[in-house]
Design a protein around this ligand. Structure first.
Ligand code: MTE
Length: 322
């Protein structure tokens, strides 16, 4: 396989030191590789105000204390990132997920990549090591109007898609999370059409910012953050960043995500962060950054407009969300 140099594909501000990169690559090997949408129906919505403000600003090891995103904002603490989670397969209680997911088995694990491709493949999680991991510090903006800055470790999804070669009929990519009700209590108790599904248009999936994350803060992903591998699409609301992926299918028609099926009036396919298009039940103009007091203004495309707005020249801005 042709290896693409990190410097060829990553704007300098999006990756950091070689030392951290190597640490991350090691973590990937060592691990054997290792909401609501955020979309509950009106009667069940979690108040947005209940966000933790305690905890160290950063993980606090060596130079990690100075990690920032490219806008200069500090990374959210490891403690907050790993203890305030949307993961409905376990629970709708964000602060309960870490404990409930503690023993979730993430090995062995396979990811099937199939559909409209020339070379369908099933990757063992260890095979994903061929896609060198790099660190990307991204903002995560949940549709519920809270946000974090997360130092992910992962590889661009484009590299994996190039391996399987989408055919000319492939227009969309459909992602499926694991279905494991024995180990995921939410799949037994919450009335959603499991498994969790999400989708991207092919050009979105091929965009360099779109990451398959296998770690955070230089360590393997913990179960509550979507181990062993999840998607991260930083310019879209967090519900698009599907966790614990077992299947990636190239398809012709726009896929219906779990949230589109559950709340079609509230959760659309595009879900691009847009401060001007409110959720039917709350404003999207501002957000609460976890670990900070007060609110900050939400940025178009979550601050990634320069990188991604060209993808949407044919889409009415009002429809960025839906
Ligand atoms: N993926 C799955 N499989 N199940 C989920 O409930 N929640 C989504 C997304 N991916 C979710 C999911 C939502 S709403 C958000 S905001 C992010 O995961 C939260 O990711 P985090 O817990 O790592 O911060």
């Amino acid at each position: 396989m042709k290896k693409i140099k990190t410097s060829e594909i990553t704007p300098e501000h999006l990756y950091i030191s070689r030392r951290r990169f190597l640490k991350g690559a090691g973590a990937l090997t060592a691990s054997a590789l290792v909401l609501a949408a955020c979309g509950r129906q009106s009667s069940q919505v979690t108040p947005i105000s209940e966000t933790p403000t305690t905890g160290e600003p950063n993980k606090g090891e060596g130079d990690e204390a100075s990690l920032t995103d490219e806008l200069g904002d500090p990374a959210t603490s490891y403690k907050a990132i790993t203890n305030y989670n949307d993961y409905y397969e376990f629970s709708t209680g964000k602060e309960a997920v870490a404990r409930m997911a503690e023993d979730f088995p993430t090995s062995p694990w396979k990811v099937e990549v199939s559909g409209l491709v020339n070379h369908p493949q099933t990757f063992d999680i260890d095979d994903l090591r061929q896609f060198e991991a790099e660190e990307r510090i991204y903002r995560l903006r949940c549709v519920e109007a809270w946000s974090m800055v997360i130092p992910w470790l992962g590889f661009p999804l484009a590299r994996l898609l190039k391996e399987v070669e989408p055919t000319s009929k492939a227009n969309y990519v459909k992602f499926q999370s694991v279905y494991d009700p024995e180990n995921m209590p939410g799949q037994q108790t919450l009335p959603y059409p499991w498994p969790y599904l999400e989708g991207l248009r092919l050009d979105e999936a091929m965009h360099d910012l779109t990451l398959m994350a296998t770690g955070l803060y230089g360590d393997p992903l913990p179960p509550q953050n979507g181990a062993p591998v999840r998607l991260v699409v930083p310019w879209k609301y967090g519900f698009k960043s599907i966790k614990a992926i077992v299947k990636i299918e190239l398809v012709e028609e726009m896929p219906t995500s779990l949230w589109m099926a559950v709340g079609p009036n509230e959760y659309g396919f595009w879900a691009n962060v847009n401060p001007e298009v409110d959720h039917p039940r709350w404003s999207q103009a501002t957000e609460r950054r976890i670990g900070e007091s007060g609110r900050r203004e939400t940025l178009y495309f979550n601050g990634y407009a320069d990188e991604v707005s060209d993808l949407y020249t044919d889409l009415d801005a009002r429809k960025w969300y839906y």
